[in-house]
Design a binder for this molecule. Structure first.
Ligand SMILES: *Cc1c(COP(=O)(O)O)cnc(C)c1O
Length: 354
């Protein structure tokens, strides 16, 4: 079985050996307040800083999921007013959950073929100056759009925190860390390991906000998470196996610069293929190349064509991603994560062409 589902997806094959290793070495049974755990966490954070090129002053936390991170942003960081700017189902869901916590949360929806920066430049200064936290989605997994995140182009006040959901791109492409204060993701997308671990990355400005608000009424308040991180511990018993897998993978995988290049090279194979193949009638859901997310492709066509490709994929024991939300019946999605090799892509291409 080969999974091109945009998460959970194919895991790196080497994780099997690492899982076995973790079992044999007793890692799966260690206490999260033990010296062994502390050195595992310390090393993993250092590796991620180095491999993903994360600025030294940004701090990394392990949580349970990206969804949890959405809530942490609302509970620990949003002061009074957040603005959610999105064009797809994940951005909308994030806004929905925040609205239950922050009464003055507001949302703006932009178009599939519009860039976030262009859209943001049209937001009134009046609105821009009243917002304390801006919530954005870099990788909109539901429709395959990818956004450039640039503080200057967004044009909000310097005090405004920018929080970015990069769930289906973190670990697969280079991210402009300094252009936002919070980055969040889950491990079952580009990180190529089984689900059950989330990653939250904060800038010093985000930590300052957390300290200023001083909200400690949740087990996962950023203040409590930071106190634990300083000791190389976590605020609750974490997914130690997941942390171990990330640790071992980060030792063996190339730097994010190399992975980024590989992701775009594989995306180019896919773009070329879909342009020239004649077995199916599909187009990219997103017209502009520059607005496509290289880690998740969304293709649209008649629902009969979508059904036909799913049937064919099933016969070949290949999992494709179903359409999501508005695009449920007339799109399908293909994950282009770092765990997907060029051989994997060719095995899918081959049956489509046959
Ligand atoms: C998958 C995904 C999520 C949710 O991740 P969970 O691990 O289920 O919490 C959130 N945002 C985006 C963009 C995603 O792709």
């Amino acid at each position: 079985m080969l999974s091109f589902y945009p998460g959970p997806s194919k895991v790196y094959p080497q994780t099997l050996g690492f899982i076995q290793e973790a079992y044999e070495q007793g890692i799966v049974s260690i206490n999260h307040r033990s010296a062994r755990f502390e050195s595992l966490l310390k090393e993993t954070l250092e590796n991620l800083h180095q491999k993903w090129d994360i600025p030294a002053e940004y701090t990394i936390y392990f949580i349970s999921s990206a969804t949890e991170a959405w809530e942490i942003v609302a509970q620990s960081l949003i002061e009074k007013k957040s603005l959610h700017v999105y064009n797809g189902a994940f951005g909308k869901k994030w806004a929905h959950y925040v609205e239950q916590i922050i009464p003055q949360a507001s949302s703006l929806e932009f178009g599939l073929n519009e860039s976030l920066s262009d859209f943001a430049s049209q937001i009134s200064d009046e609105l821009k100056t009243t917002i304390d936290t801006l919530c954005l989605v870099q990788s909109e997994t539901s429709n395959g759009t990818g956004q450039v995140i640039c503080r200057k182009e967004l044009g909000f006040s310097p005090d405004c925190l920018i929080a970015v959901d990069a769930t289906s791109s973190m670990g697969g492409i280079e991210l402009p860390w300094l252009e936002a204060d919070v980055w969040l993701a889950s491990c079952q997308k580009c990180m190529g390991i089984p689900a059950g671990l989330g990653v939250l990355i904060c800038s010093p400005k985000a930590l300052e906000r957390a300290e200023k608000l001083n909200r400690k009424d949740y087990y996962n308040s950023i203040i409590l998470m930071e106190q634990n991180r300083k000791l190389f511990q976590t605020h609750y018993t974490p997914n130690v196996l997941g942390i171990y897998l990330l640790n071992r993978l980060s030792q063996t995988l190339p730097s994010i610069r190399v992975i980024h290049q590989q992701t775009w090279e594989k995306m180019a194979i896919w773009e070329d293929f879909w342009k020239h193949q004649s077995s199916f009638e599909f187009d990219f859901l997103v017209d502009q190349h520059a607005l496509r997310l290289p880690t998740v492709l969304a293709l649209k066509g008649e629902s009969s064509e979508v059904n036909r490709i799913f049937q064919l994929a099933e016969q070949h024991q290949i999992d494709l991603g179903k359409g999501y939300g508005t695009w449920k019946n007339n799109t399908f999605r293909i994950a282009n994560f770092p765990s997907h090799t060029i051989e994997d892509i060719h095995s899918l291409i081959q049956f489509i062409q046959a």
